[in-house]
Design a protein around this ligand. Structure first.
Ligand code: GDP
Ligand code: MN
Length: 386
């Protein structure tokens, strides 16, 4: 689960990280009113679940009410397009206004799980700011890492190493850096985050250290332990189909292509998407209906896919192990009756109760339904049909 920058700033501030205060704003008039209270240079920032805002023009410094109004009107009226959004971009509904800071240097501080080592890792770089992805690709040495025990958290000697790596010498930024690392690690561990980033952490021209951007993602599997984090969810920022699928107990991830996929098992779903690509098509989604899929869950999967205008064909690939092929076949028939197959639906079923499933499908004689023998045949047929 993702949260907005203003929420991440609050969590970090609560954990002792120095963060400039800010106001959340939903209209240009509100922005001007907030500026009138502050009456000095501010930064206006789009609150969306994507980075790259600075370069896209959705982080703006403003010195007067006119600039504030213009920047707010621009951000609320235009979709933000950045390398993290895809070409369609995303609409902006909320802005954060904070007092601007004068930046002497931008650092990167982040924390995630190192899957290879199976433990959390804190990463820092002196070359923070909007180019951190390029820094990581060009010069991995510029990212310094400390791995930590999930129960012991960051040890004082590790905090010293990280603080040294950033090159702080004066007592004030050193003390502030200790708070940043302690606050970041405690927030990450307490809330079962999967990623927490402060980019940039800035040294101001007056020598203060401040976190002026924050991003935190949480492990969905641990959300049940954190109702206060769940309450921060913003469903308007999520793909509506992903929410619907999640509510039906399906694992669904929207993609850019036009071939809808209904598959059971993540591995088979990946293999199915590979085969679609191999035969010249492009998947519209990753969808794992799971082993314990119910009839209602499967029908909902078809409803979601067939309701998506970009889907020009559907590939159903079920290997009946725990899942029963006849249950999927019944769901297919029910979905065909309910929503109708306006696009070709290619079906490949193997495994438990497949004979019964084939009978159900044959007897229903659904227009638009194509059966396939084997996975390659299914992938070729759906690509040809689309
Ligand atoms: P992102 O591009 O989505 O990561 O948004 P950030 O919040 O990181 O802002 C992008 C860039 O805008 C930062 O790296 C800074 O260079 C600049 N910026 C953000 N806030 C301020 C500020 O208060 N003062 C100044 N001078 N620059 C800022
Ligand atoms: Mn940033």
């Amino acid at each position: 689960m993702k949260i907005h920058e203003y929420q991440a700033r609050q969590l970090l501030a609560d954990a002792g990280v120095p963060v400039p205060p800010g106001d959340v704003i939903e209209s240009a008039a509100e922005a001007v009113a907030a500026f009138e209270r502050i009456r000095r240079r501010v930064v206006l920032k789009a609150q969306v679940f994507a980075g790259g805002r600075g370069k896209a023009g959705f982080v703006r410094l403003c010195d007067n009410a006119d600039q504030v109004r213009q920047a707010a009107e621009f951000m609320l009226a235009n979709r933000m397009v950045s390398p993290q959004t895809g070409p369609a971009g995303i609409a902006v509904k909320r802005l954060l206004m904070a007092e601007a800071v004068d930046i002497a240097h931008e650092y990167y501080v982040g924390m995630t799980i190192d899957r290879a080592r199976g433990c959390p890792v804190v990463m820092v770089s002196r070359e923070g700011g909007v180019e951190i992805e390029q820094v990581a690709a060009r010069d991995p040495q510029a990212i310094i890492k400390e791995w930590l025990h999930p129960l012991a958290s960051l040890q004082p000697y590790q905090i010293r190493k990280l603080t040294d790596a950033l090159g702080f010498k004066q007592p004030d930024p050193v003390k502030a850096a200790v708070k940043v690392f302690q606050g970041l690690a405690s927030t990450f561990l307490e809330y079962d985050a999967s990623l927490a980033e402060i980019n940039p952490l800035v040294l101001t021209t007056e020598g203060r250290l401040l976190a002026i951007d924050a991003k935190i993602n949480f492990d969905d599997n641990a959300l049940f332990r954190h109702p206060e984090i769940q309450a921060m969810a913003d469903p308007t920022e999520e793909n509506p189909n992903e929410i619907r699928a999640h509510q039906a107990g399906l694992t669904y991830i929207a993609l850019d292509g036009n071939i809808g996929c209904v598959v059971n098992g993540a591995g088979l779903a990946m293999a199915t998407m590979d085969l679609i690509k191999l035969h010249g098509g492009s998947p519209a989604n990753f969808l794992d209906v799971g082993g314990s899929v119910t009839r209602e869950g499967a029908i909902e999967a078809f409803r979601i896919l067939l309701g998506e205008p970009k889907v020009k064909g559907v590939l159903v690939n079920i290997f009946g192990g725990i899942a029963k092929c006849d249950l999927i076949a019944e769901a297919l028939v029910a979905a065909a009756r309910e929503v109708g197959f306006k696009v070709p639906v290619v079906v490949r079923l193997e495994g438990t109760n497949v004979e019964r499933a084939r009978r159900i499908i044959a007897e229903a004689a659904i227009p638009g339904l194509v059966t396939a023998e084997g996975l390659t045949d299914a992938a070729k047929k759906v690509c040809a049909a689309v």
